[in-house]
Design a protein around this ligand. Structure first.
Ligand code: CAA
Length: 260
């Protein structure tokens, strides 16, 4: 499928989705949100894709948020439809049964920060800047920011970022628990590639089960969450990968997982 606002490349089991409006700091306009949703469906349905990487084109931004030029004259109903589209795509990323890695190469603001938070693992350049500046536009975060940020870093720290609209640097974002790793800018994509290759080598069913156990269990009570985990644990015992993994350990050799 040809895209205008994003790029999608697949190599060695790794699909890379690049938000591609660098002149507008990869701001997410309606077309980009729609195409991002299509790309997410494409990688979900492509059995050759084992891991997904999301990044931004250029060296300034992952995404500087929703495209503010589209807000002028936007009616409340249009705003509701827009935010629901973004929320749905981000939920689909969060629920995608494959690992999704964000490579945050610069500004991750507003809808960009919200996209980053919907990914499973976030690596960032030391030049990255993160924040929810919607308050400065007289609005609030609308693509999950008030919810995911408070769940990730706690209510008080989330409210400070959402109420001040302040941008924070990569180190501070890491200290808050928003980023898994901060690396020098020129090392970001090589580091992300190393991580993605490591994940490609794992059993795809077990990876899927990890994600399902964490995501499905996150907002429910511990007992039901671990109950669900137990069923997913048992499900792994039905896979060829489990036989291979256990045999490989006992035979002192690396496993060769097939994703079955
Ligand atoms: N929407 C549309 N265009 C944007 C944009 C955005 N979110 N962010 C940057 N741009 C555009 C700028 O207008 C500028 O375009 P022109 O060259 O045509 O003038 C271009 O990108 C480069 O940006 P700047 O010249 O502003 O670059 P800078 O380095 O001086 O500043 C910045 C960078 C601090 C990120 C600044 O651009 C900025 O504050 N951007 C807006 C960030 C923001 O408020 N994001 C939240 C959007 S609302 C949202 O996301 C709602 C939601 O939750 C869904």
């Amino acid at each position: 499928m040809g895209f205008e606002t994003i790029e999608l490349q697949t190599e060695g089991g790794i699909a890379t989705i690049t938000l591609n409006r660098p002149k507008a700091l990869n701001a997410l306009n309606l077309a980009m949100v729609r195409e991002l949703g299509q790309a997410v469906h494409q990688v979900r349905d492509d059995p050759t894709v084992r891991v997904v990487v999301i990044t931004g084109a250029g060296d300034k931004a992952f995404a500087a948020g929703a495209d503010i030029t589209e807000f002028k004259g936007m009616s409340p109903v249009d705003a509701w439809i827009f935010t629901q589209q973004m929320q749905r795509v981000y939920l689909e990323i969060e629920r995608l049964p494959k690992p999704v890695v964000a490579a945050v190469n610069g500004y991750a603001l507003g809808g960009g920060c919200e996209l980053m938070m919907a990914c499973d693992i976030v690596y960032a350049s030391d030049r990255a800047k993160v924040g929810q500046p919607e308050i400065n536009l007289g609005i609030i975060a609308g693509a999950g920011g008030t919810q995911r940020l408070s769940r990730l870093i706690g209510k008080q720290r989330a409210k400070e970022l959402l109420m001040t609209g302040d941008m924070i640097g990569a180190q501070e974002a890491w200290n808050l628990g928003l980023l898994n790793k901060v690396v020098p800018a020129d090392q970001l994509m090589p580091e992300v590639k190393r991580l993605a290759e490591k994940l490609v080598a794992k059993g795809a069913v077990a990876l899927r089960a990890v994600k399902a156990a964490v995501e499905e269990g996150y907002d429910i009570d511990l007992e039901r969450g671990i109950g669900n985990e137990g069923k997913l644990f048992a499900l792994c015992f039905a896979t060829e990968d489990k036989i291979e993994g256990v045999n490989a350990f006992l035979e002192k050799r690396p496993p060769n997982f097939k994703g079955r």
